[in-house]
Design a protein around this ligand. Structure first.
Ligand code: ADP
Ligand code: MG
Length: 622
């Protein structure tokens, strides 16, 4: 019979090399990987037989069989799952199933060097067989009944495929063990690995004729009957994890929809660790039958960090994976579960605020993503966000509800200001007025925060307002009485003020939209405010950076310059413009640039430095 030889793809060769030479200390996982593939194949078959009807070898029981040959040093894993056609053998076992193979590989190498436990997060997959095997054969026959084939390789660079007659449906993997791996043909050893890794596989695993696992769907069991240990084990199984989960929600509902869900929040956020976008980690079941693994449909995308299962008896068993996307029942389930999960987070935040802050630090970014991409859950998400504020401790963000509790009776809005750090915000001009009037202001320290808050727009009926808005008006008074009176005590009269303002407008004509007298500055001479009530300076900075990346020039909207007639510098300027207009112009430009920098906006550094030297030269001479 004809045998065809194929070369592995370059990245597959690299992966094989890593698996064989770097990961051998974690060898036991090869059994887990092969069992998990067998279980996947059985799940796929079960679903296929429900949707397609006519299947080959339909009488075969759905199970995994493991046979050991201690003398010949061979381990064989057989499943009666969906099987593979010739093309599927070639494609599935000749290339890496994961997306973005090359970057993935580099990450894998790095991760393996640092912490070999992290390997579980990727799943090394089928190639793990070469950790223990010198030669691996895969005999497979597809559910469609087409002729079976055998795939064979020693993992070094190529593989062969030839036709193999007389096979049953499913896949048999024959691993000829390396000399130092002979104990993988010893029963007690294999049994202990299966017990450790595969307790939750939902098909019987038969080791030399004896069933070694108890098939169970933990999520359908009564909460009271489930031990902590079982939950933790299940999490490790479903999340391919080695740690304990941070949070767990096990919830069941009968009406309006019958749902069983078991959701876990892991400890680590792999996206920020540089592993790229994570795949959704929740599987969708219907009456304990897997319908959609790593489902993109059962939860919103921004909850992709969750691991677990959702099972609903209301879904039709024979629903195809394609039709999940626009199925209205799935949409309803998604809504119910998302709301329930967000409510759970809110409860946890109330119960154990410190622990919730840990969650927020690690996964808050996903909730922020939810707020900017999904209007449906704004209200719930609004309760869950945390920001530092002028009245919070550094590093201890507060809830919007805490802010509202502390609001002054005459205060109607919630204020926030963005800046790179707490220190930078407090040193800037925007918080002066709030301090003076004893009004709390939130510090948003991530660029995305202003988008989040402008999407949220209000909380508890109170508008969220950025403190760099031009039309800001905040309640006056507070600790000090007569703050207002002091504001008007400027030594300039109305005419002088108007004179300076119109001169500034003329001098800075190509830079500012308007120059106005500030009613809120305390010490700073000037600040930039946004005439556009929606856009904050930070949002503008982010948008212009992203436009620049695309090679587009960003047309900056002109800002308003607010000036403080209390400031000695401004008072002096109104004299200087009469006696030395050139120098006054330099000072005005510098004040403008300083205010821009304090707003986090870009100025031309060369121009500014040159001007700065001109000013210094002038000062040093006089
Ligand atoms: P993954 O399981 O993450 O997709 P693997 O390397 O473990 O990656 O497997 C690669 C692919 O080979 C699988 O996606 C599947 O299509 C196929 N495969 C592996 N083992 C089996 C099996 N026992 N039965 C059917 N298909 C299999
Ligand atoms: Mg796999």
């Amino acid at each position: 019979m004809q045998t065809t030889t194929y070369e592995f793809k370059a990245e597959t060769k690299k992966l094989l090399d890593i698996v064989i030479h770097s990961l051998y200390t974690e060898r036991d996982v090869f059994i887990r990987e092969l069992i998990s593939n067998a279980a996947d194949a059985l799940e796929k078959f079960r679903h296929q037989s429900l949707t397609a009807g006519d299947v080959f070898d339909s009488h075969m029981p759905l199970e995994i069989t493991i046979d050991l040959d201690e003398k010949a040093h061979i381990l064989t894993i057989t499943d009666t799952g969906i099987g593979m056609t010739r093309t599927e053998l070639e494609e599935n076992l000749g290339t890496i199933a994961h997306s973005g193979s090359n970057t993935f590989l580099l990450q894998l190498v790095e991760a393996a060097k640092k912490d070999v436990n992290l390997i579980g997060q990727f799943g090394v997959g089928f190639y793990a067989a070469f950790m223990a095997g010198t030669r691996v054969r895969v005999q497979s026959r597809s559910w469609d009944g087409s002729e079976g084939h055998e795939w064979e390789s020693d993992g070094s660079g190529s593989f062969t495929i030839k036709e193999e007659t007389g096979l049953h449906r499913g896949t048999k993997i024959i691993v000829e063990l390396k000399e130092d791996a002979h104990d993988y043909a010893v029963k007690w050893k294999v049994e202990s690995i299966i017990k450790q890794y595969s307790a939750f596989v939902s098909f019987p695993i038969k080791l030399e004729g004896e069933t070694v696992n108890t098939v169970q769907a933990i999520w359908t069991r009564n909460k009271n009957e489930i031990a902590e240990k079982d939950y933790a084990e299940f999490y490790k199984f479903i999340g391919n994890a080695v740690d304990e989960p941070l949070y767990r929600l096990h919830f069941s509902a009968d009406a309006p929809l019958a749902i069983n869900a078991l959701l876990f929040v892991p400890k680590e956020n792999f996206e920020v660790m540089g592993f790229g976008r994570v795949d959704p980690g929740v599987n969708l079941y219907c009456q304990r039958i897997l319908i959609d693994q790593h489902s993109k449909n059962i939860l919103p995308e921004w909850l992709r960090f969750l691991k677990g299962v959702v099972d609903s008896e209301d879904l039709p068993l024979n629903i195809s994976r394609q039709s999940l996307q626009d199925n209205s029942l799935v949409a309803k389930i998604r809504k119910v579960i998302t709301k329930r999960f967000l409510k759970y987070l809110d409860e946890e935040a109330g119960r154990e605020p410190e622990a919730y802050l840990e969650f927020w630090k690690t996964f808050g970014i996903y909730l922020k993503e939810g707020m900017t991409s999904d209007y449906e859950f704004q209200k719930e998400l609004g309760r869950l966000v945390r920001f530092e504020s002028s009245k919070s401790e550094a590093g201890k963000p507060i809830a919007l509800a805490d802010y509202v509790l502390r609001m002054r009776p005459d205060q109607e809005q919630i204020y926030y200001i963005n800046g790179p750090s707490r220190a930078a915000i407090e040193a800037g001009p925007y918080t002066e007025m709030f301090r003076k009037n004893d009004i709390e202001i939130l510090y948003t320290m991530e660029p995305i925060d202003d988008f989040v808050l402008s999407h949220l727009a209000e909380f508890d009926g109170k508008k969220l307002v950025s403190a760099d808005r031009a039309d800001l008006s905040i309640p006056k008074g507070g600790e000090e009485d007569g703050a207002d009176a002091a504001q008007n005590e400027s030594s300039l009269d109305k005419g002088a003020k108007e004179g300076l303002i119109s001169w500034l407008k003329k001098t800075l004509a190509d830079k500012v939209a308007d120059v106005i007298e500030s009613k809120r500055l305390v010490d700073s001479p000037a600040m930039i405010v946004n005439p556009d009530g929606y856009m904050t300076s930070t949002m503008e900075r982010v948008l212009s950076a992203s436009r620049l990346e695309k090679g587009l020039l960003h047309e900056r909207t002109k800002k308003n310059l607010e000036i403080n007639f209390e400031s000695p510098l401004i008072l002096q300027l109104s004299e200087l413009m009469k006696t030395d207009e050139w120098f006054a112009g330099e000072v005005a430009e510098q004040i403008f640039d300083n205010a821009m920098i304090q707003a986090g906006l870009l100025v031309d550094p060369l121009e500014m430095v040159e001007r700065n030297y001109r000013i210094l030269n002038r000062v040093i001479k006089s």
